[in-house]
Design a protein around this ligand. Structure first.
Ligand SMILES: Nc1ncnc2c1ncn2[C@@H]1O[C@H](COP(=O)(O)OP(=O)(O)OP(=O)(O)O)[C@@H](O)[C@H]1O
Length: 572
């Protein structure tokens, strides 16, 4: 399978740190900051302690191997005992360092996820983002996965960087001391004296490796970004099938669905192949370099050992110190792949953050609060592309009046209601209504939350003070008495109830809340005409002083209204 590596638009490298800081800063200044800083200090403290233990191990190796070379059993067993004590302390420290790091990780993730979720929900940003920003795909992935990955990778890279720097600082002097200073008389016949040559070799060795690894794997950043996006697109296609299971089953649309699913998964696989090829190169290089790092210090110290200038303990100490210096510098080689994923996650979260901020900034005209009834003065509503739907509409409704909005499909009836609800940005003029007594908008497809039928009836006010007897009475009144015994049943009600039953549930909500302004957008279109008449009678009986605005196509609706607004057909 072949695929050209796609050119992926990611944000420039220079924006990485500002974006990172934008995402990370709020947590460390939040109400959880003291716990967070406390945990971070403990984790850093334990990490540094582990580096110190490594220095002790290095010392033990010298004593241990020198004792072996000298056939000194007593010293050898002493060093084994010292090694065992250090190993026990090492295990306890390491286990707790990881435990506290994970504790910090889950606290940070919880905070960040909650913050982004609340901001996404606040002020209907989830809806505004659909209108204003088509580039932010799959917000579910950003919140559910990226927040976790961001925190995990940040801690991994941050602590890794710190440990590497400290390890380098701890072992570089050891390597320097062990180098002794070597004469390279063989170089162009000159007597070249290089103090600390082992350290220089380790540095050149690791930096050369880092540069080569970066060169071999530089495309991985964009490819990882693309992979995450394609995985999310594929998952979303599956979710759509699940959400529309019944319609697809009735159409027998499985064959049709297969093609986009195959297509999207094909794109996941194609990109994965490209990632595999790049990772193969990076892995081949990293493993080669890591293997070479084991033998390399032995090879360079062997001439001095065989010349009896250094002991076996010195050789082992050089090997261990070289390994540590190399490990600390090689952190950059190994973290290249992690860094690529980290940047992809930050790019995605930063885009999400920016489009959230843009949605927060978006000016959406809000209904004014007026003392009585509802008033519109020269109100205009248009499509997002500017096409006018309603032009300079003025009208007034008094409590108890009922307005029917009519007009051919696509003339802007629902959009006018969206504007009245204060969720449509593309409108102007004055519009307002009294808030005393509350406002309720019911749509053609009522939303039923997961949970009990009782919760579905009271949505979105879970704490609405209403007794089960009242709920049962309302269920009977709208013709849902067969559901009376299922009030506490937890189900996916939107899949169980018929379209008409769902609309009746929504009417029960209106009867419970008795809002002063009730807006029905084809909210009874799925029930038969006698049932629709019964619903409107109930609304009138229970809420005679409420303003009702309906949108609908049935001519029989007219008898329940005393005011009419006819929107004109679109010009061709
Ligand atoms: N989010 C949107 N983005 C772009 N265009 C939109 C959007 N929402 C609505 N429109 C367009 O605005 C026009 C009016 O839509 P609206 O839903 O208000 O019509 P309607 O009169 O309620 O139709 P129907 O009687 O079929 O429900 C349509 O052409 C629709 O395509």
């Amino acid at each position: 399978m072949t695929q050209q590596a796609q050119v992926v638009q990611t944000t420039p490298m220079r924006e990485l740190l500002p974006h990172f800081w934008e995402l990370a800063r709020p947590f460390w200044r939040s109400e959880e900051k003291w716990k967070a800083w406390g945990l971070l200090s403990v984790v850093i403290g334990l990490s540094l302690f582990l580096v110190w233990l490594n220095v002790q191990f290095n010392d033990v190796y010298k004593v241990m191997y020198d004792a072996m070379q000298a056939y000194d059993g007593k010293k050898f067993w002493e060093s084994i005992t010292r090694f065992s004590i250090l190993a026990a302390i090492n295990i306890v420290s390491f286990v707790h360092m990881v435990y506290f790091r994970q504790m910090l990780e889950i606290k940070w993730r919880r905070w960040l996820t909650q913050e982004l979720t609340w901001r996404w929900l606040r002020g209907q940003n989830y809806y505004r983002m659909q209108l204003t920003d088509k580039s932010t795909d799959n917000p579910d992935q950003r919140i559910a996965e990226d927040c976790g990955q961001f925190v995990q990778l940040t801690l991994k890279l941050g602590l890794g960087l710190l440990t590497s720097v400290v390890t380098f600082c701890a072992f570089a002097p050891i390597l320097w001391r062990l180098s002794g200073g070597a004469n390279f008389g063989f170089l162009f016949g000159m007597n070249l004296h290089v103090p600390g040559y082992l350290l220089w070799i380790a540095i050149v060795y690791a930096l050369f490796g880092s540069v080569l690894a970066a060169w071999v794997g530089h495309k991985l950043v964009g490819l990882n970004f693309l992979q995450q996006k394609r995985e999310a697109d594929f998952r979303y296609s599956l979710i759509r099938v699940r959400d529309n299971a019944e319609s697809i089953a009735l159409y027998g649309g499985e064959e049709y669905e297969k093609a986009p699913l195959r297509n999207r998964f094909g794109m996941v696989v194609d990109n994965f192949w490209t990632i595999m090829r790049f990772e193969k190169r990076v892995n081949a290089f990293s493993s080669f370099w890591a293997q070479l790092a084991i033998i390399f210090p032995l090879v360079i110290s062997a001439p001095r050992f065989f010349a009896k200038q250094i002991s076996l303990g010195d050789v082992m100490q050089i090997s261990s110190a070289f390994g540590k210096v190399y490990d600390s510098l090689e952190f950059f080689i190994d973290s290249f792949k992690v860094l690529a994923v980290w940047k992809a996650v930050i790019d995605r979260l930063a885009t999400f953050n920016r489009s959230l901020a843009a949605a927060e900034q978006l000016q959406v005209p809000q209904p004014e609060v007026i003392p009585h009834g509802l008033a519109l003065t020269e109100m205009s509503v248009s499509q997002p592309d500017g096409y006018p739907l309603v032009r300079e509409l003025s009208l007034q409704l008094q409590p108890g009046e009922r307005l029917l909005v009519r007009g051919p499909s696509g003339t802007g009836k629902s959009t006018l209601l969206r504007a009245l609800a204060g969720i449509w940005p593309y409108c102007s003029g004055m519009f307002g209504y009294s808030r005393t007594g509350g406002v309720l908008f019911l749509s053609q497809r009522p939303y039923l939350p997961l949970g009990s039928l009782r919760d579905a009836l009271r949505y979105p006010q879970a704490t609405l003070p209403v007794s089960d007897d009242e709920l049962l009475e309302m269920l009977r009144a709208v013709g849902l008495s067969h559901l009376a015994h299922r009030l506490s049943d937890e189900e996916n009600w939107s899949q169980i109830l018929s379209g008409g039953e769902q609309q009746r549930v929504a009417v029960v909500r209106a009867l419970l809340v008795k809002p002063a302004l009730l807006v029905l957008d084809e909210a009874t279109s799925a029930v038969d005409e006698p049932a629709e008449r019964r619903m409107y009678q109930l609304l009138l009986e229970h809420m005679p002083q409420s303003i009702v605005i309906s949108v609908g196509h049935r001519s029989t609706l007219a008898e329940h209204h005393n005011r009419f607004l006819d929107l004109q057909p679109r010009s061709a």
